[in-house]
Design a binder for this molecule. Structure first.
Ligand SMILES: [Zn+2]
Length: 457
């Protein structure tokens, strides 16, 4: 398999996302009783696990010491609020809100991540995560369990988790990609119901696991969504490595930079163009000039201000990714443009041809204006345009945000299984082409869509 582009350690990933996200949804008839939990108020252990050392007790015989400790725990439990619950596996959304968007499949998609950390010496084995309406937790939007659960778990190093057990002091990321019926109103905020085998109570030593259930991790649903123009013009543009399967190299590519974990490429697309016969490349695939995409004009998706460019890196030889030893934070995206579209939205165009960038930092551009030409610079194995929107001008230290393209046409879709099985992009991909492209408005292109932008303007 071939990887078009990614940030680092890309050899572990394949080019194609095999399927669109479609979390199974189910309706919960009621709410589960919280089992095997205790409530304590401000249960505060020291870093060494010793409550006594924190409270500076005088020296005393060990039995008396333990008895006093037990009494204090009981007092704490008695004084606590009944709403408090011991939750050894702490769960929080990576971002404070998520933005639903309409995909070209007619569904509403919601894509975000949870961060799970086991704070107890007892291992925490995740059994189920349900996404529920924050105002009415009996309404379940999606349920993850079994293989569906484990396939969405990632280590903080973005590798697939070996299993659903999280050891003491360990953290996992959980990738959520909801595909929802557009006829069903979305709630104002979501919560997450977690079933986990874990420690029943706080303590410095491992104990037998018990089943715990709790509803945590509120996430605000934001209705704000950028609407943009196309980043390219012409027909036959394929959304390679597109949204939203957890296996997609873009969607799953978290990166720890500037002290945080970011999913900058969450909604990134590698655009490659098919010719009318359905081919990406003709002749020698190791020659960048033989790709139909190579040299295409890259366009401003809206009025904005250029905030960063790079324009002096040579093309890579297509066919394989460059030697990882040659890739740095500075050159990973190749020649590129970052455009400030206003209102906290930034557009990122990567892998452009050397010397083709025709705009400068600080320059104002209009929608549709040519920024540069599609190339194969940086960490790229074939000519393509990597494009995404993000929440800050920082290319790596920024979370990707979804958007809608105001006018496009769906000209087909490359079968995901065929693309996943391919060893390269050579060959004929016309199988998924439609006889008559289907005009669309205000939708987000999904994985392996074949898109015509020629209806624009
Ligand atoms: Zn890319």
């Amino acid at each position: 398999m071939l990887t078009l582009c990614s940030r680092f350690w890309v050899g572990e990933f394949s080019i194609a996302s095999p399927s669109r996200a479609s979390a199974s949804s189910a309706t919960r008839p009621g709410w589960e009783v919280i089992e095997n939990t205790i409530s304590v108020d401000s249960y505060d252990l020291g870093c060494d696990g010793s409550l006594a050392s924190r409270l500076q007790f005088p020296a005393m015989p060990r039995p008396l010491y333990l008895l006093l400790l037990f009494v204090i725990v009981l007092l704490g439990a008695h004084a606590s609020s009944r709403s408090d619950q011991f939750t050894p596996l702490v769960v929080s959304p990576l971002t404070t809100n998520a933005q639903p968007f309409h995909g070209t499949d007619g569904r509403v998609h919601l894509v975000y991540e949870l961060v799970l950390t086991n704070t107890s010496p007892t291992p925490a084995t995740l059994k189920k995560i349900e996404v529920v309406d924050g105002s009415n937790p009996s309404k379940t939007l999606a349920s993850y369990y079994g293989r569906g659960l484990s396939s969405c778990l990632r280590t903080t190093g973005r590798l697939t988790a070996e299993n659903s057990t999280i050891e003491f002091n360990s953290t996992r990321l959980f990738l959520i990609d909801l595909s929802l019926d557009p006829a069903i109103p979305l709630p104002q905020h979501l919560m997450h119901h977690v079933d986990v085998l874990g420690a029943p109570s706080p303590g410095p030593k491992p104990t037998a696991q018990v089943l715990l259930s709790y509803t945590v991790a509120p996430l605000h649903i934001s209705r704000k969504l950028p609407v943009i123009g196309a980043p390219l013009s012409g027909k036959g543009w394929v959304a390679v490595n597109g949204c939203c399967g957890a296996d997609s190299i873009h969607r799953s590519s978290s990166l720890s930079v500037n002290g945080r974990i970011y999913f900058a490429q969450r909604f990134a697309i590698d655009w490659m163009q098919l010719d009318e016969a359905g081919g990406f490349v003709h002749g020698d695939p190791s020659n960048a000039h033989n790709y139909d995409s190579y040299g295409a004009d890259v366009l401003a998706v809206g009025d904005g201000t250029v905030v960063e460019i790079l324009n002096d890196l040579d093309d890579q030889k297509p066919g394989t990714l460059p030697d990882p030893k040659t890739i740095t934070l500075e050159n990973v995206d190749g020649n590129h443009v970052v455009l400030d579209l206003g209102d906290g939205v930034f557009a990122f165009y990567a892998h452009l041809q050397k010397g083709s960038v025709r705009v400068s930092s600080g320059e104002r551009v209009k929608r549709g204006e040519v920024l540069g030409k599609l190339g194969n610079t940086g960490n790229s194995s074939a000519p393509h345009l990597h494009f995404h929107l993000m929440e800050s001008p920082s290319v790596l230290g920024s979370n990707g945000i979804p958007y809608l393209i105001d006018s496009l046409a769906i000209a087909g879709q490359i079968p995901a299984a065929d693309f996943a099985a391919a060893t390269g992009v050579e060959g004929n991909w016309s199988k998924g082409l439609l006889r008559n492209p289907n005009p669309r408005h205000d939708q987000f292109p999904l994985d392996l869509d074949i898109v015509d932008f020629s209806l624009l303007k």
